[in-house]
Ligand binder design. Structure first.
Ligand code: XMP
Length: 517
């Protein structure tokens, strides 16, 4: 396995994903991991990430000296290269001008990390690589024990290699896709230089996870809150495969789910797979508590707390459950660690449905804790979950509760479910579902005039929202074809009595959020 020491770059997670794509397990830890912990981790190679700090600044972070004494290859990227240079006696200088974006680097010699990796040749036969740069500081003097392996006009020391040890530094970012040969560079480092084998495959991940779950829980019973979302569904499938009857799932139907969603979850897990699922039909309870409540944050709190109450009540009916399973995934783990140490400079806020009460006397089991979302999806497929479920758009915990503006009523939820279902089926039929990151209908409790035949209708408005995004922090409204929007709008107005007008939301995030509330 590969150890990635994080100096706070926004790209650190990408490094871990690239290494895993090559088929080798990698973990991200803070740069100040202790020597004992590093030795215990026992990496086959170490990668030092980029970071926002400046090496010449007093008190700026350094790589733990032990990584250079383990006898394994070390790769420094950007800040990682700069601190490596400085720690071996080279010199780094700050600069007012920062370089950001595409660059072409020229190989010097054909050695080390970049051996035989190139996109073009220049006139004298040296390899050229198209790469992505993002830095202010740079190495201006190589340490004596290092030699130059790459240069550019604006950055004469763009890559370096130790003369007799497998230590490498590169100023550019191989982890971003703009660096065309990034994958090849990681393969070379991880497989050839570190000598790792490509064993991190979906089948192995599943096999491993099953063995670990069995070892951890033994013969004990496990409880899981199943929402029908990707993460909890994959946990359900995995635990069912690992411990069968010892698993009980609780599925809370809060009355704010999509059309037929509750039935579909029961059909897939309880009927088809034979998972023990308790369905708690709590629509009336939720809608009762939401009556008269208009404020979005109040609605979120009520839905979250009611969920916990219902889940608690169901759990209390079960005897001798020792474990509570959760669908926590690796980005959640890294982000909350980052939040604690203040090392990650970009921290996403999580607004999942509440936590569970502190006094629940369960031990936690989180079998996806080490996996990125794309890996969770891969193992979902490996476990036999259908494609449509594994590649589903995210659905917020409060569900339709935040897609009905203002007060939530059953009448509104029923109309919205029908409209949403028409929109999503048409998106799927037109091949646009997989091209958008999230799409849904929103219910506006205002009335608008329309005419049908000779009659005048005075009914509700539905807004359609579809966005493209990578990280859900920023998003662009999807440029759906007019013909498709036309068809969706006609179907909604004609098939749903109670809706007389459909609009399409053309706001990007920021400033608008993805959800309307
Ligand atoms: P916004 O609306 O903040 O949404 O741009 C970003 C992403 O977060 C989801 N979202 C939620 N998820 N509980 C959740 O579990 C919530 O209260 C919540 N609010 C927004 C939203 O669907 C989108 O994917």
């Amino acid at each position: 396995k590969i150890l990635i020491l994080d100096f706070g770059s926004q790209y650190t997670q990408l490094i871990a994903r690239r290494v895993r794509e090559v088929g080798v397990y990698s973990e991200i830890r803070a740069f100040d991991m202790s020597e004992a912990e590093i030795r215990e981790f026992d990496p086959r190679g170490v990668i030092l990430s980029g970071g926002p700090e400046s090496v010449p600044a007093p008190g700026s972070p350094r790589a733990p000296q032990v990584v250079f004494e383990l006898g394994v290859p070390v790769l420094g990227i950007c800040y990682g290269m700069q601190t490596m240079a400085e720690q071996f006696g080279g010199k780094v200088e700050g600069s007012d001008i920062s370089e950001f974006g595409y660059a072409q680097i020229r190989q010097v010699g054909n050695r080390g990390l970049l051996h035989d990796i190139r996109d073009h040749y220049d006139a004298d036969g040296s390899g050229l690589l198209d790469v992505w740069m993002s830095h202010g500081d740079k190495v201006v003097e190589l340490p004596e024990s290092f030699e130059l392996i790459a240069e550019t006009g604006s950055c004469p020391i763009a890559g370096m290699a130790h003369r007799d040890k497998p230590f490498f530094g590169i100023q550019f970012h191989p982890e971003v896709t703009h660096t065309l040969q990034g994958k090849r560079i990681f393969e070379h480092f991880v497989l050839e230089l570190c000598g790792c084998q490509a064993l991190w495959t979906p089948a192995n991940i599943v096999e491993d996870a099953i063995a670990r779950v069995r070892e951890t829980v033994g013969g004990d019973k496990v409880l899981l809150g199943l929402s029908g979302g990707v993460d909890s569904s994959v946990v359900a499938a995995l635990l069912h495969k690992a411990i069968g009857e010892q698993l009980t799932c609780v599925f809370v139907d809060n009355g704010l789910l999509r059309l037929n969603e509750g039935d579909q979850v029961m059909e897939m897990f309880a009927r088809n797979m034979g998972v023990k699922v308790i369905r708690a039909d709590a629509e009336e309870l939720f809608l009762g508590k939401l009556a008269g409540v208009n404020d979005p944050e109040d609605k979120r709190k009520i839905i979250g707390n009611t969920f916990i109450d219902v889940f608690d009540t169901e759990a209390a009916k079960l005897s001798d459950v020792k474990w509570l399973a959760q669908g926590t995934i690796y980005p959640d783990v890294i982000e909350s660690a980052g939040a604690k140490t203040g090392k990650a400079h970009v921290i996403k806020s999580h607004h999942n449905v509440g936590g569970l009460p502190e006094d629940m006397s369960f031990e936690l089991i989180e079998p996806l804790r080490e996996l990125f979302k794309d890996e969770v999806r891969q193992i979902g497929l490996e476990l036999g979950l259908p494609w449509d479920m594994v590649f589903r758009h995210p659905f917020p915990g409060p569900g339709l509760g935040v897609r009905i503006l203002g007060e939530v009523k059953k009448e509104y939820a029923d109309l919205l479910r029908l409209a949403d279902d028409i929109f999503i089926s048409e998106l799927r039929a037109a091949g646009w579902y997989d091209k958008t990151s999230q799409a849904f209908a929103v219910f506006l409790p205002v009335k608008s005039v329309g005419v049908v035949g000779d009659g005048r209708r005075y009914e509700y408005v539905i807004a359609l929202r579809a966005v493209e995004t990578i990280d859900f922090m920023t998003a662009r409204w999807a440029h759906l074809p007019y013909e498709m929007l036309e068809k969706v709008s006609n179907r909604i107005i004609n098939e749903i009595s109670g809706v007389s007008r459909v609009t399409y939301d053309v706001s990007s995030k920021p400033p608008a959020t993805i959800e309307w509330e």
